[in-house]
Design a protein around this ligand. Structure first.
Ligand code: SF4
Length: 226
């Protein structure tokens, strides 16, 4: 493991929350966490699917209207983030309120804590984000378990893991390829199957499995995967 990754893992383990660990937070609905964020909110295919379902629109419409993207510096795979307006506010914020409150991206729902997916152990890890809070940091005391129940986040663990396993497989193939050698056709293929090709009238997990298989076949046919 290189030094950077080792530091990252140590940081996660140091800040890891157990189900009964507590933190204090009350949302004042001030919208502060939706404006001028230090880093944009990163989205998964599950976030796009849930927002599309919540707004009764196609996932590609969500991608076009509310997101932007780039190739990950480490994964060399497409990364999709929430688009910000010129004033630094999230494109889904209207009059200080989140327009997708009940289906907001998981990274927004877990705020003020953070979540990482452990692909080896196939589970979510929740972490304290010291200094990462913006807005209210006082208020009611929550256990991690209570907070996750408030947002039904435990139900999203399985579909999140399914998507992250696909993203991990893609990163494994793409990471060794130099960024300048990655063609538009490859980027488009990955973008579609990771983020856009989902039918909101069907369950998410079987569609991730189909998209993973399509990408595996794509990598094989392009001799990117043995
Ligand atoms: S999706 Fe909603 S909660 Fe998340 S940054 Fe945008 S407005 Fe805020």
């Amino acid at each position: 493991m290189d030094t950077h990754r080792e530091e990252l893992v140590n940081d996660i383990l140091r800040n890891k929350l157990s189900p009964t660990d507590t933190f204090s937070f009350s949302c004042r609905e001030c919208g502060a966490c939706c404006r001028n964020r230090a880093t944009p909110v990163m989205l998964t295919g599950l976030d796009i699917y849930r927002i599309a379902k919540g707004l009764s629109i196609d996932p590609y419409e969500v991608l076009t209207r509310y997101t932007t993207g780039y190739l990950g510096q480490d994964s060399h795979a497409p990364v999709v983030v929430l688009r910000e307006r010129l004033d630094g506010s999230c494109s889904l914020l209207r009059k200080g309120k989140c327009t997708v409150h009940s289906c907001k991206p998981i990274a927004c729902a877990v705020h003020p804590i953070g979540r990482v997916i452990d692909l080896t152990q196939k589970k979510s890890i929740y972490i304290r984000q010291p200094g990462g809070y913006k807005g209210a940091v006082d208020g009611r005391t929550w256990t991690l378990d209570e907070w996750l129940d408030t947002w039904n986040l435990k139900e999203l663990d399985a579909p999140s893991l399914a998507w992250n396993l696909m993203a991990g497989m893609v990163a494994e193939v793409m990471h060794p390829i130099k960024l300048e050698h990655i063609g538009r056709d490859v980027i488009w293929e990955l973008y579609q199957h990771m983020y856009g090709d989902y039918d909101v009238h069907r369950d998410f997990i079987p569609q991730v499995e189909e998209n993973s298989e399509t990408l595996r076949q794509f990598f094989k046919s392009h001799k990117m995967l043995k």
